[in-house]
Design a protein around this ligand. Structure first.
Ligand SMILES: CC(C)NC(=O)[C@H](Cc1c[nH]c2ccccc12)NC(=O)[C@H](CCCC/N=C(/NCCC(=O)O)S[C@H]1O[C@H](COP(=O)(O)OP(=O)(O)OC[C@H]2O[C@@H](n3cnc4c(N)ncnc43)[C@H](O)[C@@H]2O)[C@@H](O)[C@H]1O)NC(=O)OCc1ccccc1
Length: 243
């Protein structure tokens, strides 16, 4: 893939910006070997669409199947390392007065890269909670049962993520909306911009006067209205943008 040209006007705009917000999606972790939602699932998961497994109904129907899917994804995430795209955002955080990183990813790779001001809109796959009380459960008796049971109430455990049809954490969503509506530059990185309410954020930022930049090799519903489109992989484009 040819190097993506970075417009000088964008570099200048980003250098002058004091308030920057970023929305990231699965695409930023693709170069770390974590499959995106668009990527076909592999192996025994090939016959399932992620949207069909990441729902309360799927968990009610077959909790073991859903638990095993998350266990499989946790293994992939555990083997993955942050890539230059993640690290470039750590560098950007270090040089902007007011920086907010909003992620849809549940892989924890932004934190592992060193990002601090991270809003995990959809949760974190490495944490488990009681499916009834939603209290975080760090340890449980490994009886081999899948999902394991909450030591406090015996209910099945579930991953600490937001499933389709479930509300996002109110404080996280409010903080993300505030960051989008008050930033001067909004970077939208590696997301297909189809899952709501996250997908609304770049449009809210643009309505509030921010310069919206899309980093994605493929076109998305945001592409036609973005102020700048950088059609390449985040692991190459972000370091070049911040050089
Ligand atoms: C499918 C979509 C149409 N459905 C929704 O949006 C639904 C329903 C809905 C609500 N409002 C709407 C309005 C309109 C239409 C539908 C809705 N939203 C919900 O259900 C939300 C909850 C949404 C969150 C669901 N959980 C996830 N994840 C956690 C779990 C888990 O991970 O297992 S969503 C999950 O999918 C999404 C996947 O999108 P992306 O991250 O963008 O990844 P994708 O694979 O799609 O694309 C990757 C992109 O990267 C690019 N790329 C590839 N390689 C690279 C590369 N190297 N560099 C850069 N880019 C790259 C590709 O080109 C591609 O564009 C992410 O958000 C991810 O977190 N909840 C809710 O609305 O609740 C109601 C409510 C409200 C109040 C009270 C009660 C209930």
């Amino acid at each position: 893939m040819n190097a993506v040209a970075i417009p000088a006007a964008l570099v200048a705009r980003l250098r002058a910006a004091r308030r920057v917000a970023v929305l990231s999606g699965a695409g930023i972790s693709a170069e770390s070997g974590v499959p995106t939602f668009r990527d076909a699932q592999t192996g025994l998961w090939a016959r399932y669409r992620p949207e069909d497994l990441a729902t309360p109904a799927a968990f009610a129907r077959d909790p073991q199947l859903v638990w095993d899917w998350y266990a499989w994804r946790r293994e992939r995430v555990a083997q993955a390392q942050p890539n230059p795209g993640h690290r470039a955002l750590v560098a950007l955080e270090g040089r902007v007065a007011a920086f907010t990183l909003i992620t849809q990813n549940v892989d924890g790779l932004h934190r592992r890269a060193g990002s601090r001001r991270v809003i995990e809109l959809h949760g974190d796959i490495t944490r488990s909670v009681c499916s009834v009380e939603r209290c975080e459960v760090g340890a449980w008796d490994d009886t081999g049962e899948r999902p394991p049971r909450c030591p406090a109430c015996g209910a099945p455990l579930r991953p600490d993520v937001v499933w389709f049809g479930e509300a996002l954490p109110r404080a996280a969503l409010a903080a993300a909306q505030a960051a989008a509506e008050s930033c001067e530059v909004f970077l939208c990185v590696g997301t297909s911009t189809v899952v709501y309410p996250a997908a609304e954020l770049p449009f809210a930022a643009q309505r509030s006067g921010a310069c919206v930049v899309e980093v994605n090799p493929d076109a998305t519903p945001l592409s036609s209205s973005a102020d700048f489109r950088l059609p390449g992989p985040a692991g190459t484009v972000l370091p070049a943008l911040l050089a």
